[in-house]
Design a protein around this ligand. Structure first.
Ligand code: FES
Length: 360
């Protein structure tokens, strides 16, 4: 067996994990109670740097999504024994740690079923599909009238009855889902599609939003209240979880949002409609959505005229706002029908985020 000098045993024993190069291979050297181990430094999942992770007992924990591999054998944590990273032979001679020039066991992947969201987004035949997402928060047991949600319901009802569309309403507050945990901040490729949280946590229900956005809807209507001059905190919780959709353009040159239209409903007791919609146009534009002319309907009472006692009654009585919501979904559906009917137009918006994307 050929051996490669990985460094002084004294130096390598000072920390539980080190990364060394053995030929071209990145190797994670571990030391526990004076015993050295060596496994591949490249994680089985999506290539995370194992040697930059942590050592917990005999397991090297990947810093990206916390997959675990035995530090001596490379075997995945109990229950995933068939999944393994290569392991290397190790010995200490004359105070030097020597690692076999080639792995002594091979990499193996358990056959993991791909997540249903991972399928290619291809529009299935059928009627126009309009998804509405309400980002309003309220107590589950004691519901209240939400002005933005009421206008969204009005728009969806119009889409179903007058425009012949299939519709679905997602009330974000009814979905239990985790905050974005900043995988992109660890490394661009640590932010995966489907989102690694969704893939690893069956209780995380962002899959409902992802399915609607990426695979189902032609038209997306987002409704939000104004909170301190911005969209609701639930809106931003959802938006941060959509990093993985945008990031596919950046890291994989892959546009997931294909020929889809977004429009917005924004209401609040105080003003700042333009700032809220400005953020939404920027964000959903970066995801790949296109917008109809006049892409939002909004209502606010203004800084000096804030009157929350009468705000709900005002919206309930406003035929203008209901008509505005119906007109909004009509414009959005008309834009969508044009896109779907014109392959050249579709191709141009789908191409928009590729190579030429300024962040790529
Ligand atoms: Fe290692 Fe995801 S757990 S790359």
């Amino acid at each position: 067996m050929d051996w490669v000098d990985a460094g002084s045993a004294q130096a390598l024993a000072k920390a539980p994990l080190h990364e060394v190069k053995v030929g071209d291979a990145r190797v994670a050297i571990t030391c526990r109670a004076g015993e050295f181990g060596a496994i591949s430094g490249v994680c089985n999942h999506v290539g995370g740097p194992l040697a930059q992770g942590t050592l917990e007992g005999d397991y090297v924990v990947c810093p990206w999504h916390q997959y675990r591999f035995h530090r001596l054998t490379g075997a995945g944590e109990p229950g995933y024994e068939g999944d393994r990273v290569p392991s290397f032979a190790v010995k200490v001679e004359d105070g030097r740690v020597l690692v076999s020039a080639r792995p002594v066991t091979r990499r193996a992947h358990l056959p993991h079923e791909p997540h249903p969201l991972a399928r290619e987004p291809v529009r299935a035949p059928g009627r126009l599909r309009v998804a509405g997402i309400s980002t309003t928060i309220m107590q589950p047991g004691y519901p209240r009238y939400s002005t933005s949600e009421a206008l969204l319901e009005c728009a969806l009802a119009h889409a179903a009855t007058a425009l012949g569309a299939e519709t679905q309403l997602i009330r974000l507050r009814e979905l239990a889902f985790r905050h974005c945990e900043g995988y992109y901040s660890r490394a661009a490729k640590a932010c995966t599609w489907p989102c690694s949280i969704t893939a690893m946590d069956a209780n995380d229900r962002m899959d409902v939003v992802y399915e609607a956005l990426v695979h189902w809807a032609d038209v997306l209507l987002i409704a939000t209240p104004i909170r301190w001059g911005a969209a609701s905190s639930l809106y931003f919780k959802m938006a941060e979880r959509m990093n993985c959709i945008q990031n596919q353009i950046t890291i994989a040159n892959r546009v997931l949002i294909r020929a889809k239209v977004a429009a917005f409903i924004v209401t609040g007791g105080q003003d700042n409609v333009q700032a809220v919609v400005g953020q939404q146009l920027g964000f959903f534009g970066e995801l790949g959505f296109v917008f109809p002319p006049f892409p939002f309907v909004a209502h606010s009472l203004g800084w000096t005229a804030e009157d929350m006692e009468r705000n709900v009654a005002y919206v309930q009585a406003s035929e203008d706002l209901r008509e505005g919501s119906r007109a909004l979904v009509e414009r959005a559906c008309a834009t969508s029908r044009q896109l779907l009917a014109d392959p050249a137009a579709r191709a141009s918006v789908e191409r928009g985020g590729r190579k030429a994307h300024p962040n790529s």
